[in-house]
Design a protein around this ligand. Sequence first.
Ligand code: C2E
Ligand code: MG
Ligand code: MG
Ligand code: MG
Length: 282
Amino acid sequence: HAKNCGKNNAKLYSSSLTMQIMSHVKLEVGLRKALGNDELYLLYQPQFDVHSTEIVGVEALVRWRHPERGVISPTEFIPLAEETGLIVPIGEWVLRTACSQARNWQRQTRRSVRMAVNLSAKQFKDENLSQIVLSALHETGLDPRFLELELTEGTLMDDAKATLATLEQLRRIGVYLSIDDFGTGYSSMNYLKRFDVRALKIDRSFICGLPQDSENAAITRAIIAMAHGLKMVVVAEGVETGEQLVLLQQYGCDLVQGYHLGHPVPGDSIAQKLVGVVQAAG
Ligand code: C2E
Ligand code: MG
Ligand code: MG
Ligand code: MG
């Protein structure tokens, strides 16, 4: 790009690059203070059983309420948190807050739903991970089977030996493991056999074109068939229409998550939904 632009443009380009770096540094300085200043918070997106449309779980999704810029998306600050290592303390806070929220819903509503937490590669590689997970569970009193950790294909493919050891520690703790954004990363089917992972989350880029996109339909059906063959649960992400929901029911998908069924919302809204289901049931 810079090559075609000639000297003046190259200069322009480099000054805008400087600005990019400056705003990047500014964001990093802000992110370092965000945790201590209570600027991070979690929203929770419900996951439903595809047939009963009952809530069986929620996914915790972090947000940053920046004092000047307003709410910043995790797609913007999680990569920065990973680069700087801030993801470790932020991730620990997310884990503890999510476990505590799940436990509070149990107390308030007498219902237990699984709490899914996203784990980035850096957190997975942290040698204290299993200790952090254990203490979050102990401090909040949440049963490990109600904690789901979402990993990505990239995280699992990095270093087979270390990965297996960490997965084994997590399996012993008794948490529920799933692979997020499945189908978009580098992965080898061989890994699915060796890793004791319970669920695959089909990336929303495959769900997005349904039902018209016949290639996405083929991929979605193939992932569901493969997962079931391996006795895994399948979750479809990014379900935005009723048509997609019906199709996923026909395909035999297990769980669904997406704007059609529920946006990410604050914890209190989930509690209301859980109580609502109990009342409706009798
Ligand atoms: P993800 O884990 O794949 O989460 C799903 C993303 O899809 C969320 O975006 C969610 O709001 C969005 N989504 C849900 N349903 C729909 C839908 O029907 N249509 C569309 N277009 N989007 C939908 P969000 O909250 O912006 O998070 C983006 C990513 O940031 C997450 O992708 C995850 O990779 C990362 N992330 C979020 N919270 C955390 C966290 O606490 N820790 C780490 N390490 N990563 C996180
Ligand atoms: Mg996720
Ligand atoms: Mg995902
Ligand atoms: Mg993801």
